[in-house]
Design a protein around this ligand. Sequence first.
Ligand SMILES: [Fe+2]
Length: 249
Amino acid sequence: MIDLHCHILPGVDDGPESQDESLSMARKAVEDGIYTIVATPHTLNGIYINPVKEVTSRVAALQEALSKNHIKLQLYAGADVYLCPNMLERIESGDAGTINDSRKYILLELPSQIVPPGVKDEIFSLKLNGITPIISHPERNSAIQHDTDILYELIRMGALSQVTAMSITGDFGEMALQCSERLLKHRLVHIIASDAHSSDSRPPILSQAVEAAAEIMGNYEEAEHMVTEVPATILSGVIIEIPEPMRAK
Ligand SMILES: [Fe+2]
């Protein structure tokens, strides 16, 4: 499996504080069958900056530590970029990282309560320039929890959606669980990722969520693709075909 959204780099955000903690996370991921992780530190969220250059060198350092410790896990650079004006310029300046630095896909974090109207302009401009935004954890956004059509509209514009594994397993509460179920049933989810921050309370584990998603959708293969083929295609920077999304009403 591939984990496309994971705060595994030490000392760069509210993820692990030490390299030892990062290594514990990596061991846990490998145990779960994850062999590739995209390191996605918080970026431009008002607290953390994490420009591309810095993330790339920190990924190289952690990769070296993994190999010294005989942990077979491949890391790639990415970022969990908070929605802000002029996303395209921030990508071009190297302030906002894309997945695997390919400038084809970017993980986009929305505010937790609302979906700002400006998001449509940003998606439009990114798509026009060949960059596909991936909305991270829409199921934890209050506005989308109350109206999943908001996400439907963004997907119709060409965005993808990434749901958090722990939401699907019920560990983020009833609202996030119910929203995840609704999104999965209406083809409004393309990727399942851990959004892990630690080795214990928010670990990099995907297998349980895949099982749960398979049950919700009644389709194991589709759930499995959300942690294998879909993230692999995104990592390689190739355009992805997605099933027609459905309105949830
Ligand atoms: Fe995140």
